[in-house]
Ligand binder design. Structure first.
Ligand code: KG4
Ligand code: ZN
Length: 349
């Protein structure tokens, strides 16, 4: 079953061809809009939608060429149905449904976060079920229990900013350009994490929820004080970045370990853009005793948004019999969509 996956929920157009029986991922293409949005300091939704319109079809043509396939070879078309920017989702959905109609093929709408959390299965060293997933992206921070494809239980989530959002906002306060996460991580390399004492929000909250907006506020306060004193040097900026990264990764690691213990599971999967963060990867790898528990990271290219995870999720959902891809003319997008709602309620209640 050859699946064409289309991702267009935010600022990346991702397209991929995936066929489990033919070795998995056959080809993928990505266009990042980062440069276009940089001038505005963040994603401009209308510009994002227009760019997806311009990029999607050429990327589809490119992956077909790369995989030496034609449109007629495609069995199923998968697109991100949500959550994300409504206009951007409509572009991917419109193209997917238009193509599906023209080709007489079924189409399937995929939850963006399900794509992220299944993305470690794209690697050769894939984890088996069940596992705990730490989903850390620009819009979400959640700990989920994953028992099977389509069986997701929310264990905890952020009550305010997402981890990626906290990285991005803090980076902005430190004068770094969008998207702030990778830039802040680079700046932090030259810093001393002990130079500033920052809060560890909700570290001892007794549950698996997170809060990151206070951390950002405390950086804002430090930046203001240092600015007033004329002491915001390159080194103090690096120190602040490093202290921030230290605080946020400590909370993420501690809560992920608590989730593993609580669920009595030995596999942790990290997914989403912040999963690319080196410090988070190092800390998690150190914290999980080898042989006792294992941590799985998607390859760096699958951490941030991409079409491969959408094609993979569609393939797995169809294979597991959870969903039948349907020929459909009309479609909706779901800019807000709860991942746990994908799990059907158990017959007992
Ligand atoms: O999953 P993703 O590509 O898009 C969403 O679905 O949100 O995640 C993007 C987020 C951004 O906030 C970006 O700053 C963050 O991931 N990010 C990082 C790193 N690379 C990307 N944050 C920290 N360190 C990184 N190396
Ligand atoms: Zn994402």
């Amino acid at each position: 079953m050859l699946v064409l996956g289309i991702e267009s929920s935010c600022d990346e157009t991702g397209v991929a061809l995936y066929d489990r029986s033919a070795g998995g991922l056959l080809a993928h293409g990505l266009h990042s809009q980062i440069e276009m949005h940089q001038a505005y300091g963040g994603v401009v939704p209308e510009l994002a939608s227009r760019d997806h319109i311009a990029r999607t079809l050429p990327l589809i043509e490119q992956v077909l060429r790369d995989a030496r396939r034609t449109l007629a070879d495609i069995d199923v078309i998968a697109c991100t149905q949500g959550p994300g920017l409504a206009g951007a989702l409509l572009v991917g959905g419109g193209i997917a449904h238009g193509l599906a109609f023209a080709l007489g093929r079924p189409v399937i709408g995929i939850h963006h976060l399900e794509g992220h959390l299944l993305s470690p299965l794209l690697s050769h060293d894939a984890p088996s079920f069940p596992f705990v997933a730490l989903l850390v992206s620009g819009g979400h921070t959640q700990l989920m229990r994953v028992d099977a494809v389509g069986a997701y239980t929310l264990l905890g989530e952020t009550v305010d900013d997402a981890a990626g959002e906290a990285f991005d906002k803090t980076a902005k306060l430190l004068g770094l350009s969008y998207p702030g996460g990778p830039a802040l991580a680079r700046l932090a390399e030259a810093g001393n994490p002990a130079a500033f004492k920052l809060p560890r929000p909700m570290l001892h909250s007794g549950n698996l929820d997170f809060s990151f907006s206070g951390l950002k506020t405390s950086i804002a306060t430090q930046v203001r004080k240092l600015n007033e004193a004329g002491m915001l040097s390159e080194q103090t900026r690096a120190d602040l970045a490093s202290a921030f990264e230290d605080a946020i990764t400590e909370v993420l690691v501690k809560k992920a370990l608590t989730a593993l213990n609580q669920e009595k599971l030995k596999r942790l999967v990290v997914a989403g853009g912040v999963g690319a963060n080196r410090k988070l990867r190092e800390r998690l790898s150190q914290a999980l005793a080898p042989g006792h528990a294992n941590v799985y990271f998607p390859d760096l290219q699958w951490c941030t948004d991409n079409g491969a995870m959408i094609a993979l999720a569609a393939s797995l959902r169809i294979e597991a019999g959870i969903e039948a891809a349907r020929p459909e003319l009309g479609f909706t997008v779901k800019p807000r969509w709860d991942l746990a709602s994908l799990t059907p309620p158990s017959p007992s209640g």
